[in-house]
Ligand binder design. Structure first.
Ligand code: NI
Length: 192
């Protein structure tokens, strides 16, 4: 079993910080140590993302102000519960990506896509993003890669990268829409 296959068996669910927690507004620091501690956090973040479920999860969302995120825009997930009634999940198809110290090189075109965020649960809105992006990044072992992304993959990369700069998707909307959705979210949280 390889590293990315075993996260769904070995990961731990970790707390996702909700908007407007101050950690979500910080500009994150570059990752400099590609060690087991980092890989263990990656595994827990993937487990937590699939558990939620969501398409992406950035380190600041779990309280670590570091420049990396995990994502998967292409997976099939099945709910399972054991004899004690504990809920879990099983993935039959998945394509996890671990993006560390990303650097965007090119932006092309425009796409409107309905986004949500695990830190702002229950809020969804169309956001305008670049349709295609080229990104350079490192993997969990520090190796460099370049990837050309389009469509949902491109949208997700840009959304997660924003988290590393202390930006949530509400900031990408008009002030009017942002304030409306912000109030709606805070009200729902207060009643929860
Ligand atoms: Ni998000």
């Amino acid at each position: 079993m390889n590293f990315l296959e075993d996260y769904q068996l070995a990961g731990n669910e970790i707390e996702i910080f909700k908007y407007p927690n101050p950690v979500l507004k910080k500009v994150a620091d570059p990752v400099t140590e590609f060690n087991d501690e980092l890989r263990s956090l990656v595994k827990d973040m993937l487990y937590t993302m699939y558990q939620a479920p969501g398409l992406g999860l950035a380190a600041p969302q779990v309280g670590k102000s570091l420049r990396f995120f995990v994502m998967d825009t292409d997976y099939l997930r099945e709910e399972i519960s054991d004899a004690q009634g504990n809920e879990s999940y099983k993935l039959s198809e998945f394509n996890p990506k671990v993006i560390i110290n990303p650097l965007f090189k090119d932006h092309e075109g425009q796409i409107l896509y309905e986004e949500g965020c695990l830190s702002i649960p229950g809020i969804f809105e169309n956001v305008k993003r670049a349709e295609k992006v080229t990104v350079e990044y490192q993997d969990m072992w520090g190796k460099k890669h370049t990837e050309l992304a389009e469509g949902v993959f491109s949208v997700c990369l840009q959304h997660e990268n924003d988290h590393l700069d202390g930006i949530v998707f509400l900031e990408r909307l008009s002030l009017l829409k942002k304030n409306f959705l912000r109030k709606k979210f805070l009200k729902a949280q207060a009643m929860a």
